[in-house]
Design a protein around this ligand. Structure first.
Ligand code: KDG
Ligand code: MG
Length: 403
């Protein structure tokens, strides 16, 4: 089953996506997601110029061999661009294998270890009233786990707030990066009040999560974790800039709040010490940023040895192909925790036809052969790439802060 062709489609149905299409000589097509928000064309070039030509003639069934060929063969290790490119190849090859064997990918990974996949949605508001309405909207749709973010008084454009209650949050909507304002002291005062408000309003009827988005120093994060302990969060996400694993020793020394980290990581090596020193509780890896299903499984297996659960990244800046791939993995791994879920912005559904379902707070990847995603290249062509960037953060004194 040799690879006959590999091509890259960059489209913008609501937002930018980079899609890899691999075809075998037998006429089987597989798709992979190579989207790296705000740096889409770099991955497209990596694939087009350096990967697609190398794939032709390889046996599509040898997924692990092709993974190692691209990872070790490049000599240069890891990095967001390279690992997104390798992920797209890997996921497309799993899709091909499933289609060739007429079975959903999750069956190839050992079969279902659970009936369905607990999902969390993103509630947000510019005020507590708006946040309450947003949370109620998610509860009405059946969600059992909800992330809560609210606008910090005194700071314009807080991270994670939809433009209208219930609307999907899309930060990468400007042709050049928007500049947002950040003030840590205001956030540290506000966040515990916001989380306390949610628990007072709704009790403990659902799992509650919160994303700090990398903005605190280790000791600030430790203080926040301590302040939030009474509210029993499922997790506190990305409390500090993730590249310094030693920060998590400080956090752990001061609080028992569960910590989730990893959406910006690229490989098992980024997670190694966080997992083996038990410094985190949830692995937030993104299937399309850590080299695909093959490598994600290795990370999840290592985490399982240490009692750490999965919490795959699933925002709308990964394409529906990534969400589908994550769901096939979620259904099978013993240490599954929770899956992030954001409904896609229109008109993504016209380009990516998916088999996954959401009901009563749970997702399922469906039982179509392969990943269960039909990518409509003609529909994609109607939505050409448009440059869009994530915002940058400046502190009130004008200096750059983590976004
Ligand atoms: O492109 C950046 C997003 O993926 C990120 O801001 C989303 O933090 C995020 C989350 O938890 O989904
Ligand atoms: Mg996050």
């Amino acid at each position: 089953m040799k690879i006959a062709d590999a091509r890259v489609v960059v489209s913008s149905p609501g937002r930018n996506f980079v899609t890899l299409v691999i075809e075998t000589v037998d006429g089987i097509t597989g798709v992979g997601d190579a989207t790296l928000n705000g740096r889409e064309l770099a991955v497209a070039s990596y694939l087009r110029d350096h990967v697609c030509p190398l794939l032709v003639g390889h046996d599509a069934r040898r997924i692990t061999d092709i993974w190692s060929y691209l990872y070790k063969g490049a000599y240069w290790r890891r990095g967001g661009v390279s690992m997104a490119a390798i992920a797209a190849v890997d996921v497309a090859l799993w899709d091909i294998k499933g289609k060739a064997m007429q079975t959903p990918v999750y069956q190839l990974l050992g079969g279902a270890a659970r009936d369905s996949i607990l999902a969390y949605g993103h509630a947000s508001g510019n005020s507590f009233d708006e946040l309450d309405a947003s949370i109620q909207g998610f509860l009405d749709k059946g969600y059992r786990a909800i992330r809560a973010q609210a606008a910090i008084p005194g700071i314009p454009h807080t991270y994670g707030i939809g433009t209208t209650p219930g609307a999907t949050y899309e930060p990468a909507n400007a042709a050049s990066p928007d500049e947002e304002v950040w003030e840590t002291s205001l956030y540290l005062e506000f966040a515990p009040k916001m989380i306390a408000h949610v628990r007072e309003q709704f009790g403990s009827t659902f799992q509650l999560l919160h994303d700090v988005h990398h903005r605190l120093s280790p000791i600030e994060a430790a203080r926040l974790g301590h302040d939030l302990e009474p509210y029993r969060l499922l997790w506190l996400e990305d409390p500090t800039a993730a590249e310094d694993p030693s920060a998590f020793r400080t956090i752990r020394a001061h609080t028992t709040i569960p910590i989730a980290v990893g959406e910006v990581f690229n490989s098992i090596w980024d997670f190694q010490h966080l997992i083996t020193e038990r410094l985190i509780d949830y692995v937030r890896a993104s299937v399309s940023h850590v080299g695909g299903i093959t490598h994600l499984l290795r990370i999840f297996s290592l985490a399982d040895l240490y009692g750490i659960r999965t919490g795959s990244h699933g925002p709308t800046d990964l394409s529906p192909i990534s969400l589908s791939a994550a769901l096939h993995v979620d259904l099978t791994v013993p240490n599954f925790g929770i899956q992030e879920y954001m409904p896609f912005l229109s008109p993504a559904e016209e380009v990516f036809h998916t088999s996954y379902t959401f009901a009563n707070g749970y997702l399922h990847p469906g039982d179509e052969p392969g990943l269960g995603v039909l990518f409509d290249e003609q529909a994609a062509a109607k939505h050409p790439y448009t440059p869009r960037y994530l915002p940058v953060n400046r502190r009130v004194d004008g200096s750059i802060h983590d976004w």
